[in-house]
Design a protein around this ligand. Sequence first.
Ligand SMILES: C[S@@+](CC[C@H](N)C(=O)[O-])C[C@H]1O[C@@H](n2cnc3c(N)ncnc32)[C@H](O)[C@@H]1O
Length: 318
Amino acid sequence: MSEFNYHQPVLLEEVLSFLPLKKKLVYVDMTLGRAGHASAILSNLSKGSVFYGFDKDVQAIQYSKKKLSQFEKKVDLNFVQSPYSTAIDFLKNSGLNGADFILFDIGVSSPQFDDPQRGFSYRYDSFLDMRMNQDQELTAYKVINTYTEEQLNHVFRDLGQCENYHRVVKAILETREKKPIETTYQLVDIIKSNLPAYELKKTGHPAKQFFLGIRYEVNGEIDELHMGLNKAVSFLNPGGRIVIITFNSEEDRIVKKIFQSVSKPKPTNKYLPEEKEVLDYIQLTKKPLKASQKELETNNRAKSAILRALERKRKDER
Ligand SMILES: C[S@@+](CC[C@H](N)C(=O)[O-])C[C@H]1O[C@@H](n2cnc3c(N)ncnc32)[C@H](O)[C@@H]1O
């Protein structure tokens, strides 16, 4: 098992505050990580509850299985190495009809970032990997060394939201003609030497958005979020809740849109007969929640965390 296992869960108190009142629950954790949220949540559940924990990363599953085994007498524990886009299909095939609490804490965990072998971070010199699921074929190396100019433009412009990517892409194409680009530091050098001076003076690492774009591409993160969240919304039991934590405004925008589409009345047209719209869901967070000052003092990862929560109305509320 990896020596990198420490992950401090973000917005933990806020997540716990959204647990439904009944204590016997079907709880689905879509992003198990090191089971930080899951162990706190399972401590709050009563006998007869059912738990499913999903993660793409086998190390996360192995570690969490051990950590959560203390709850096996009171909760039916299930662990699945799978992307969360197919988690709901898996649950349906397992005979489950709905869930009472679904948690998404998306992105990469501290152990993934902190392990230089995983190639997620520009802080370490390592092979360009960035796979959450280490069995999959697509790596950051393949993206950088085999993608066409147009594909690389898409990765940096649309996924990474990079402003000055053209020269970087040209330099990647030229460099790899001579020799493959293998490591994170090689890529950081190319990025730094092809950005305008004003970009280098901005706060934050100049390679941050480039690395984010590659990570999104390698792990299909944006499609995962759309598919996983939409399916989860329709899998909630009446009275059930989804809590989702994202880490930048792009991700939050997707969540906001999906939640609004099921909870906000559509604008009415005064020239058409009035229709009574029945909306099945309510947003529990009118504005997204952010970490408190107290949490920020001890957990730097919480700085960019954004939490939203949604509830499926009970039948008597509709
Ligand atoms: C921020 S960490 C979760 C940390 C966890 N809440 C905890 O307290 O330990 C995100 C985890 O989600 C996993 N992950 C990210 N995207 C995923 C996806 N589409 N499907 C399944 N797992 C995913 C990552 O491998 C990582 O372990």
